[in-house]
Write a protein that binds this ligand. Structure first.
Ligand SMILES: Cc1cc2nc3c(=O)[nH]c(=O)nc-3n(C[C@H](O)[C@H](O)[C@H](O)COP(=O)(O)O)c2cc1C
Ligand SMILES: [Mn+2]
Length: 491
């Protein structure tokens, strides 16, 4: 069967329809409780490879809830209109190639790619479906089926928001996905962790003096490429909405907020407009988190909602995180694939990279390199510790290029054989992900790099290094036949 190329999606609902046509969406027509029950559904659904779920009647809400939209590679491919996420990586690699045209022919070949980029810039439009209903008073989050995810959670959390803010110094826009705990009908927490762009914008606002209100707008539910872009670990210089336009091959239409100069995707289902005031912090959490553990409660800024706009019949989009694999594992996997060409710009020796589900993104990075000089594995570790959000990488295992890092068993087998622990392990101190509960202090601790590559004389290794055992091809062929003769072939 061919792949449906209904690219780009105009909004969340057209994506849901496309999923449904491909049997990738199951409607749940009866009442299910956003308090824990939807989590149990969503958790089982990911682990049993079920379709995305659309709860048409969440208990105590007239707003349907969509979940697990990105909880399989197939659905992520559909979100981007590709048959394999590697196609996106290839487009990015092609775009990067563009920077070094060798001659006239190459320059001409570049033109379509330039067009691809120029047509990715977000457009400001005057109206959009997200403004079908505009509420300035009698505001309440209560009408939305916001999940209470896990029994030990501190409350209900908005789990799939696109949080928009601007850097007050540069005016640059950022969109990040940061969970929001509902404190009351018009206030929530704003869980942007220290290292994230939202937190940086907030620090810049706070630095301006006391009592400064920082405008923040939150969009919930949009076309899938735009939603996904909120998660991407892009450098601060790159606007997520530009990247979303590049991914979907069509500009993202942005519409101005009612109460601030921020802009939000015009096709959003729900928009919460408001502000975070400097200095105001409130206890947030605990929350059953990506790690599979509860992250502990802590102080975070407070978001005050001043205006809610939404479609006439909005759909609320959510996710849950918890013991792996969850939806976020698949999102992380797509990011791993999409960002490989970008990583190779800085680290050309990198062949492949894998973040196994159990490592919750950055707890375990398996990376294969083409080793050309002594100490290169260690250079790669340190480079990764210095590369954007990859700084959080807790354990990095570097192997030679003949190891398939997507095969965790092969990595374990070869790496464990190849290391002299005292010699090959490198510890470093540095920033740690805010969700890490084991580091000596919040946000600060140690990381470990394991050089599991073949050791060279030039690295002080003077013994001989053995090769991996393989059978010769002619013998394999002969035994293929004999195997059948012996009646051992069960295929
Ligand atoms: C479902 C989900 C929930 C997330 N929740 C948070 C969160 O609460 N706080 C946070 O700092 N990052 C959270 N993240 C990770 C950020 O979205 C991610 O690091 C993103 O790249 C941040 O963007 P920024 O660099 O523009 O700040 C979450 C990611 C996902 C997929
Ligand atoms: Mn960003």
């Amino acid at each position: 069967m061919g792949v449906t190329l209904i690219m780009p999606f105009d909004d969340l609902r057209s994506f849901l329809l496309a999923l449904e046509k491909q049997n990738e969406l199951r409607r749940i027509p009866f009442e299910v409780d956003p308090y824990l029950e939807i989590t149990e559904f969503a958790d089982r659904a990911v682990k049993q490879n079920c379709p995305a779920l659309l709860f048409e009647h969440p208990k105590a809400s007239s707003v349907p809830l969509a979940i697990n939209l990105f909880a399989s590679m197939r659905r992520i491919e559909m979100a981007f209109g590709v048959s394999n996420v590697e196609e996106i990586a290839a487009r990015i690699a092609g775009f990067l190639q563009m920077q070094k045209p060798e001659g006239l022919i190459d320059t001409l070949k570049m033109l379509p790619k330039l067009k691809e980029v120029s047509s990715a810039f977000p457009r400001t439009v005057n109206r959009g479906p997200c403004k079908e209903v505009i509420l300035r008073d009698k505001l309440s989050l209560d009408k939305f089926p916001i999940l209470h995810c896990w029994p030990g959670d501190g409350g209900r959390f908005i789990t799939l928001p696109m949080v928009f803010s601007r850097n007050p110094e540069t005016g640059k826009r950022n969109c990040g996905m940061y969970r929001m705990q509902v404190f009351d009908p018009t206030t929530t927490g704003m869980h942007w962790q220290k290292h994230k762009q939202g937190a940086e914008h907030y620090r810049r606002h706070v630095a301006k003096g006391e009592q400064v209100r920082m405008p923040v707008a939150v969009a919930i539910g949009a076309d899938p490429a735009t939603m996904f872009s909120a998660v991407l670990p892009l450098p601060p210089e790159i606007d997520e909405m530009l990247f979303a336009g590049f991914l979907r091959g069509k500009p993202v239409d942005m519409v101005k907020c009612e109460t601030s100069d921020l802009e939000v995707p015009a096709n959003a289902e729900i928009v919460l407009e408001g502000y975070v005031s400097s200095g105001e912090l409130r206890r947030e959490g605990p929350f059953g988190d990506h790690t599979g553990f509860y992250s502990l409660d802590d102080d975070y800024p407070v978001f005050h909602i001043e205006c809610i706009t939404h479609r006439k019949n909005p759909i609320y989009a959510a996710t849950i995180v918890g013991p792996p694999p969850m939806e976020d594992f698949y999102m992380g996997k797509a990011i791993e694939r999409i960002f490989l060409p970008l990583m190779r710009l800085q680290l050309p020796e990198v062949r492949d990279i894998c973040m196994p589900a159990e490592g919750i993104f950055h707890n375990l990075i398996l990376i294969s390199i083409r080793k050309s000089y002594p100490g290169q594995a260690r250079k790669v570790m340190h480079a990764i510790w210095g590369l954007g959000q990859a700084m959080f990488s807790k354990v990095i295992i570097v192997v030679d290029e003949d190891v398939d890092v997507q095969d965790v068993k092969e990595v374990a087998w070869k790496a464990l054989n190849n290391i002299d622990p005292q010699r090959d392990i490198e510890f470093a101190l540095g920033p740690i992900d805010s969700l890490d509960h084991s580091s000596r202090m919040p946000n600060y601790g140690s990381k470990m790099g394991v050089d599991a590559t073949t050791k060279w004389q030039a690295e002080g290794f003077t013994r001989r290094w053995p090769s991996v055992i393989t059978m010769s091809d002619d013998v394999k062929q002969r035994v293929d036949n004999l195997w059948k003769r012996a009646g051992l072939d069960r295929t």
